[in-house]
Ligand binder design. Structure first.
Ligand code: C5P
Length: 223
């Protein structure tokens, strides 16, 4: 059995992709399956945390004692759900692959092909972790993820700083790497950890390491 050292700690985890519709049958998304977020949820709840997973479409949720699920679709839905949960949370882990952009003029009916070229105009989505960093850097523990194809560690650290996160999991993505059942390579970085190196690990092992990090950060907060 796992040590129950996260008993009474409330954790929100974002997981999976978001969908940004052009019209009812076409959308902008990415290959995230949410499996890392789900592995984290299981591990943290096994250690006694109260976990809520705010997930995007297509994530296979498992019934598990101590895990609640909130289903969302777009980045804006996900932001609303997270914002509503944060006042009662101690920890936020951003494992979702949030779409950076959305179509400016989504159509309520299927567009004819001739109209599609005109439909590509995009606008930026809100950055959920950056928004929560701005509001909660001093009162909650915030852990992000950064999926990168190159300069993995340096890019991840820059994101953690810009979004005001306390730690970030850098992971390498590419062909057969990072998404779904693919191989996983990650480094867990706390502020100023410039010498982090990527290590191959299973998503379950990553979840154990993140659980240990959450325990450390949470214990440090209480002292
Ligand atoms: O997309 P990016 O590499 O900047 O993502 C880094 C972190 O920010 C991840 O934890 C991701 O879940 C989060 N993010 C977010 N909202 C966005 C984009 C990213 O919460 N719109």
């Amino acid at each position: 059995a796992k040590p129950k050292n996260l008993a009474g700690v409330s954790v929100v985890i974002t997981a999976g992709p978001t969908w940004e519709h052009f019209d009812p049958v076409r959308l902008l998304t990415n290959p995230s399956t949410g499996s890392v977020g789900i592995a984290l949820a299981k591990e943290l709840s096994a250690r006694g945390a109260q976990v809520t997973v705010v997930h995007g479409p297509g994530v296979s949720t498992v019934k598990w004692p101590g895990i609640r699920y909130v289903a969302t679709e777009s980045a804006r839905d996900m932001l609303d759900a997270v914002a509503a949960l944060m006042p009662a949370a101690d920890v936020l882990i951003g494992a979702a692959a949030v779409s950076d952009f959305r179509p400016v003029h989504p159509a309520s009916q299927k567009m004819p092909k001739s109209a599609l070229e005109q439909a590509w105009l995009m606008e930026a989505n809100p950055d959920i972790m950056a928004e929560m960093g701005r509001l909660y850097h001093d009162s909650k523990i915030l852990i992000g993820f950064a999926a990168e194809t190159h300069n993995v560690v340096a890019s991840a650290l820059a994101k953690a700083e810009r979004k005001r996160l306390h730690a970030i999991v850098a992971n390498a993505v590419g062909k057969g790497l990072g998404f779904g059942e693919g191989e996983y390579q990650a480094a867990i970085l706390r502020g100023g950890d410039v010498d982090g190196t990527l290590e191959p690990m299973t998503k379950e092992r990553l979840a154990e390491k993140v659980a240990e990090l959450v325990t450390d950060l949470h214990t440090a907060r209480r002292i």
